[in-house]
Design a protein around this ligand. Structure first.
Ligand code: URA
Length: 212
């Protein structure tokens, strides 16, 4: 599994304000979107393209365009929704599917409670969005779910990760037989006994959308 941690002062600056408990929801949402757009630039480095002939006003030339089928973006509900606009800003022609995964707060095990995805993902390049890679359980499950339906190239994008989550994902991804790449804003210190990333930013879903 290829892990890429963004090393950019603008990302570090925005992450600092995102973490700050004084940051209100509207600002949190804006920062999450901006961070996603910055990470999307890294995450799409290997997006599939093909040659494309055009004529400029001066001469014929060959450029490139995104290949078909277009990439699929899958935010994991609910917190992943906060990253969707930031990704779509950069990949407006991508399709979007949804996967609802929730943690059982006692066992910390992920449970799939909703999905709206194409039935057949054969040959699809998929970008999976979730702001927090904590235990790595939901992300590993989501990736397996997508690979079982044919996806053959997966990039997970997360704003923050715990080392435990990266390790878990690495273990799980090894047996999937498809390339898995992880693009992260940063890797934090650890996971606490309640499954929160430390220092982290608290509950990303609650900070985006309130406690519902
Ligand atoms: N999910 C969150 O929203 N926050 C954490 O710290 C861990 C998982």
């Amino acid at each position: 599994m290829d892990v890429h941690v963004a090393d950019h002062p603008l990302i570090a600056h925005k992450l600092t304000y995102l973490r700050d408990k004084r940051t209100d929801s509207p600002t949190f949402r804006r920062l999450a979107e901006e961070l996603m757009t910055l990470l999307a630039y890294e995450a799409t480095r290997d997006v599939r393209v093909e040659p494309f002939e055009i004529e400029t006003p001066v001469a014929a030339t060959t450029g490139i365009k995104l290949s078909n089928p277009k990439p699929l973006i899958v935010p994991i509900l609910r917190a992943g929704l906060g990253m969707l606009e930031g990704m779509v800003n950069l990949l407006p022609s991508a399709e979007v599917g949804f996967l609802g995964m929730q943690r059982n707060e006692e066992t910390l095990e992920p449970v799939t409670y909703a999905n709206r995805l194409p039935d057949d993902l054969t040959g699809r390049q998929v970008f999976v969005l979730d702001p927090m890679l904590a235990t790595g359980g939901s992300m590993a499950d989501a990736i397996k779910y997508l690979v079982d339906r044919g996806a053959d190239d997966i990039t997970a994008v997360c704003l923050l990760a715990a080392p435990e989550g990266v390790d878990h994902l690495r273990e799980q991804a090894g047996s999937l037989g498809v390339p898995v790449k992880v693009v992260l804003g940063t890797i934090d210190e650890k996971l606490n006994e309640k499954g929160y990333i430390v220092p982290g930013l608290g509950d990303a879903g609650d900070r985006l959308y309130g406690v519902v």
